[in-house]
Design a protein around this ligand. Structure first.
Ligand SMILES: [Zn+2]
Length: 288
């Protein structure tokens, strides 16, 4: 995989090698470059369970099939690109936030724009954060990530009249107490999120559901993950901008304690290579 563009520690974008199609994949949570000023006091190994480790590798075939692949290099526990910019917990801050605040359900669960809890009852920090340092994270990481994805999506839409965006994530095999569904619930193999049918044409969700189902995977729709900020921003089906979130169960590709790839990694990646190829055909056939 050749990286066409990289901002060190922030993001990479890999352009299609040939036969470009209006298809873009983004992986906002697979970054593992922990910034030097990230002075978390919880253990790194616990914090790392917030990562969607290796997800960008699972979709690495995208450029070979004409799609664009974008990934964050920073960890989502430092700042989460898949949150609304106002999804901030004032209680985390040492001083009043000078911009509008709109803490949502994710902030209440301890995982808003700036994460408060590593896992239930374990705070990330033993101090409060300054406004300037949070603002710096937004300026250095959050905005560039969103700008990269927006520019790619806008360029494809301008060229092809449509754009299909796949927002790629992974989920713990069993929920903990910070999950919307409560603790101890075993997850499906895949959860597709289109915010209850609002972020893409229903045919995209059905296409992916059917494709994965035929390969023997257990697939659920919007249960328990409907998609958050990235599909909300990019899903404008009436403008022919379609956005679907895909969550894959980590047990299918990694050891959740050692963070090593497991023996099934190659099998899952081969199935996702085939999904990427099928989605490239899907996007090409729908160019208007
Ligand atoms: Zn994620």
């Amino acid at each position: 995989m050749s990286t066409s563009h990289m901002i060190t520690g922030v993001l990479f974008r890999t352009a299609p090698r040939e036969g470009e199609v209006p298809l873009v994949f983004d992986s906002p949570h697979s970054g593992t470059d922990y910034p030097e000023d990230f002075d978390h006091t919880c253990p790194r190994a616990v914090l790392r369970t917030a990562e969607d480790t290796y997800v960008h590798e699972l979709y690495a075939a995208a450029p070979a099939h004409g799609a664009t692949l974008i990934g964050a290099l920073f960890p989502r526990s430092y700042i989460d690109a898949n949150r609304h910019i106002a999804d901030i917990d004032q209680a985390l801050l040492a001083e009043p936030w000078p911009h509008p605040l709109n803490p949502g359900v994710k902030t209440k669960l301890g995982m808003g724009l700036i994460r408060r809890l590593a896992v239930p009852k374990l705070p990330v920090y033993s101090r409060k954060l300054g406004v300037a340092e949070v603002q710096a994270r937004i300026d250095r990481y959050y905005h560039p990530y969103h700008a990269e994805l927006q520019t790619a999506a806008d360029r494809l839409h301008a060229r092809f009249g449509s754009v299909w965006h796949v927002n790629c994530h992974s989920m713990k095999s069993v929920s903990n107490g910070m999950a919307a569904e409560g603790p101890g619930v075993a997850r499906a193999d895949f959860v597709l999120g289109d915010r209850d049918g609002t972020t893409c044409a229903p045919e995209l969700t059905r296409f992916v559901e059917k494709f994965l189902g035929k390969r023997g995977y257990d697939v659920r729709i919007n249960d328990p993950y409907k998609g958050v900020e990235l599909v909300r921003r990019h899903g404008r089906p009436k403008q022919n901008r379609h956005s679907l979130q895909i969550e894959v169960n980590r047990k299918l590709y990694m050891d959740e304690e050692s963070f090593e790839r497991n023996a099934n990694f190659a099998k899952l990646k081969a199935d996702l290579d085939a999904l990427v190829a099928a989605l490239a055909r899907f996007a090409r056939e729908r160019v208007v």
